[in-house]
Design a protein around this ligand. Structure first.
Ligand code: CU
Length: 378
């Protein structure tokens, strides 16, 4: 009889064997695409950037007159147990840099992203990273598969402006499992001259927030209570069964129910323009800002395309990121959710914006307070 642990270990070994693709990937890289090489590399300015946990985004310029450069980042993969709702439901999670979603990486078109990816010895599984913004080698996945105790450095040129998902993709069933365990994030490649509306009007933001949406599949016991596990290995078989139902137990923003509500609400002031980047690596979502709009929305997230305007709800296709620009015109608490309201209210996909400033009666006013129904004259 094979215990689930051994079966799991065997599966993990199979993945290690698929590291053969790394060699193919490397050979491919040597044959076809020696990066603009040493000289060019030395000529490029290099900048090391510290990543920050979402919903926040590391400091960056919205437009630049500098020449393209190498922007270097480091991410540590962390496998860890997290709590995903107010009932204390636990998830054996896998994360880029300890957060769900992983941190957002921002560069300008023409820059090189250089990532040092670290899989610490404290982890139990091989991991890698597939950047949807990158070209070739499974988005880098073929060149970055590393075991616990290893690190790898990947460099790729950001040739396409937009917001893009990155995620772990070790192969086979491991790929969806790692993704729905938390391993996804986003890259934003800004046009060198900044965002614009494609009619020549530049667009700026005063604040930027990164919302990463996740669907989780937590197994239940016979009584319907969520089960918890000691390790990823132990959780794997049961979780894979729930995944196969395609029915998530949780749909959340930033790793847990309530991660961006109440005291953790996103903030802004009336008159400020906010760029909301929303990613979903596995499943479709329909962001909606109750009481507000998307002034300019790159629904598919790619800045070479004309943004749509005045949207009520937009669609984030599973496996992509989108960006919405909105200038807040009224104070108050705005609910930002996925407009599958069952998922928003019962499964968790809700965030709050707390906006301060002066109310505009012209835009909205309660002309008569609630009261008894007035008698009407005939
Ligand atoms: Cu992984």
């Amino acid at each position: 009889m094979t215990s689930p642990m051994i079966a799991f270990a065997l599966k993990a070994r199979t993945i290690v064997i698929t590291r053969g693709t790394v060699i193919i990937g490397a050979a491919f890289a040597t044959l076809v695409a020696p990066l603009p090489t040493q000289a060019n590399e030395l000529a490029l300015k290099r900048e090391q950037v510290e990543l920050v946990a979402p919903p926040f985004v590391h400091p960056h310029e919205q437009a630049t007159e500098e020449k393209p450069k190498i922007v270097a980042f480091r991410m540590d993969i962390q496998e860890k147990e997290i709590v995903i709702d107010d009932q204390g439901t636990k998830l054996q999670a896998m994360t880029f840099n300890g957060s769900i979603p992983g941190p957002m990486v921002v560069v300008h078109e023409g820059d090189y992203v250089e990532l040092t990816l670290v899989n610490p010895t404290t982890n139990t599984l091989p991991h890698n990273i597939d950047f949807h913004a990158a070209t070739g080698g499974l988005g880098g996945g073929a060149l970055t598969l590393i075991n616990p105790g290893e690190q790898v450095v990947l460099r790729w040129k950001a040739t396409r402006p937009g917001v893009f998902v990155y995620h772990c993709a070790p192969g086979g069933l491991m790929t969806p499992w790692h993704v729905v365990s938390g391993m996804s994030g986003a890259v934003m490649v800004l046009p060198r001259d900044g965002l614009n509306d494609r009619d020549g009007r530049p667009l700026h933001y005063d604040r930027i927030y990164y919302i990463g949406e996740n669907d989780f599949y937590v197994p239940r016991d016979e009584k319907g209570k969520f089960k918890s596990y000691e390790s990823l290995a132990e959780a794997y078989a049961d979780t894979a069964k729930v995944m196969q139902t395609l029915t998530p137990t949780h749909v959340v923003f930033n790793g847990r129910v309530g991660a961006l509500t109440g005291k953790a609400a996103l903030t802004a002031n009336v008159g400020e323009t906010v760029l909301i980047v929303h990613s979903q690596a596995n499943r479709d979502s329909r962001p909606h800002l109750i009481g507000g709009h998307g002034d300019y929305v790159w629904e598919t997230g790619k800045f070479s395309n004309r943004p749509e305007t005045d949207l009520e709800t937009w669609l984030i296709r599973g496996g992509s990121a989108g960006a919405a620009l909105y200038t807040f015109r009224q104070p108050g608490i705005y609910v930002y959710l996925t407009h599958n309201l069952i998922e928003a209210v019962q499964l968790g996909a809700t965030a709050h914006f707390k906006v301060e400033g002066k109310w505009d009666d012209d835009l909205m006013k309660q002309v008569g307070p609630p009261g008894p129904i007035a008698a009407t004259s005939k």
